[in-house]
Design a protein around this ligand. Structure first.
Ligand SMILES: [Zn+2]
Length: 241
């Protein structure tokens, strides 16, 4: 056994037992435990660890815990998890509202309200998707290469949280994906939209797009205006109207 001192910072404290929050504490770790094993045994999934310091120097999750180590664990700074290409997501069965919002911003997001954990692990690995979930045990699975625990309960706070972590403001392409099917939308003229769209909408908006799967027509109406304001305020970025 190795006894180490741990200190978790920021939002990571919410995963800890109450007595471990807001302070450093000693913990006896299992023999040959890695930093991944030790932090997960204390409640923090490996996907949530942004940065690690051991005895003041940088370390990574596969490092072994040694007797007397002073371990500090930090969450991701805003934007620190950003990827070069637009990230792909897989939302678990409880995050349908968040999945629709991500699609509204143009981020390819799989969602199936009947999906099982094994399927989530398999699809995320195969398609290199970020698993979005409020199930911390799922994120502890070593098969999850990239995952994100969603702390907020309300959809609007959830999208702000995910957008901040992955700096989505830089990569979004609003109104390019169907909110229901996740398929790429195609431009249609007002003439083609005429049958499905009320006259007052046709008179007000110039641009219409259609999903090739469900054939729904979309336009940049009040829904989008609301989203634009929300994200502009949260991410402190200007989003074109
Ligand atoms: Zn569709």
């Amino acid at each position: 056994m190795a006894t180490a001192t741990f200190r978790f910072h920021g939002v990571l404290e919410s995963f800890l037992a109450r007595g471990h929050r807001g302070r450093a504490f000693d913990c006896a770790c299992a023999r040959a435990a890695t930093l991944k094993n030790a932090t997960e045994a204390l409640g923090v999934p490996h996907t949530e660890v942004g940065r690690l310091l051991v005895n003041g120097g940088p370390a990574t999750l596969p490092r072994s815990v040694r007797d007397g180590d002073a371990i500090e664990v930090f969450p991701f700074e805003p934007g620190a998890a950003a990827t070069a290409d637009a990230p792909l997501f897989l939302a678990d069965a409880h995050l349908g509202g968040l999945a629709r919002m991500l699609r509204m911003l143009g981020f390819d997001t799989l969602f199936d309200n009947a999906i099982q954990d094994l399927a989530i692990l398999e699809i995320a690995r195969r398609e290199r998707r970020i698993v979005l979930t409020r199930d911390r045990e799922l994120l502890k699975c070593r098969e999850v290469m990239r995952g994100c625990f969603v702390h907020a309960l309300k959809t609007e706070a959830q999208i702000s949280e995910v957008a901040a972590r992955y700096a989505l403001g830089r990569q979004m392409q609003p109104f390019t994906l169907c909110l229901h099917c996740n398929l790429r939308l195609q431009e249609v003229g007002a003439g083609a939209a005429q049958e499905q769209v009320p006259g007052r909408i046709l008179a007000r908006y110039a641009r219409f797009v259609r999903c090739p799967g469900c054939e729904r027509i979309y336009w940049e109406g009040s829904h989008w205006e609301h989203m634009r304001k929300l994200l502009s305020a949260t991410l402190d970025v200007e989003i074109d109207a």
